[in-house]
Design a protein around this ligand. Sequence first.
Ligand code: AMP
Length: 193
Amino acid sequence: MSNLLIVGPPGAGKGTQAARIAEALGIPAVSTGDIFRQNIKDQTELGQRVSAILDAGEYVPDSLTNELIDDRLAQADAEQGYLLDGYPRTAGQVEFLDGVNLRRGEQIDAVIRLVADTDEVVRRLAARAQEQGRSDDTEDVIRHRQEVYERETAPLIAIFAERGLVVEVDGMGAVDDVTERILAGLAERAITA
Ligand code: AMP
């Protein structure tokens, strides 16, 4: 039984690690970004409501995002816990999630924070963009996204650090090694399968 969050800058392999950790612990990895994108693809009502917001790179309103999470965490596969990726992103979402957990008689057990070397990540993402012919994704644009990420997540990480929940993990290196480091960090807090 573990309720986990994962945070990390764009390009640090967060999605990949989320899937592996969730699998190892037998809980679902829930990415709000993935759910929004799937809804847009499927042209659902929700998809139609959020499509322009995602295109603009803005935040979907808390009311919509919170409702989505409430529904998702009520599903049977999340009974034994969950690993959230991309949520909560605002103080209002943290408060909402606290409420959901309170009703479950639970709490957030740990926040996995993937730490990456910005220069290395920017170099990697820029090379990938070039390979894929996305020439508007210049190093400057990519670096800016990293800065926005830092700015937006700092206050959230501060909230979780105050609660003593942050498990900091070096996200650089081989994918398997990073997974091992995360699982070891969680095991130190008695979070195991
Ligand atoms: P991501 O894949 O996590 O970067 O999310 C892609 C996009 O989905 C974001 O740029 C937002 O427009 C939207 N989104 C995902 N998660 C949230 C959230 N927790 N709150 C608000 N908007 C979100």
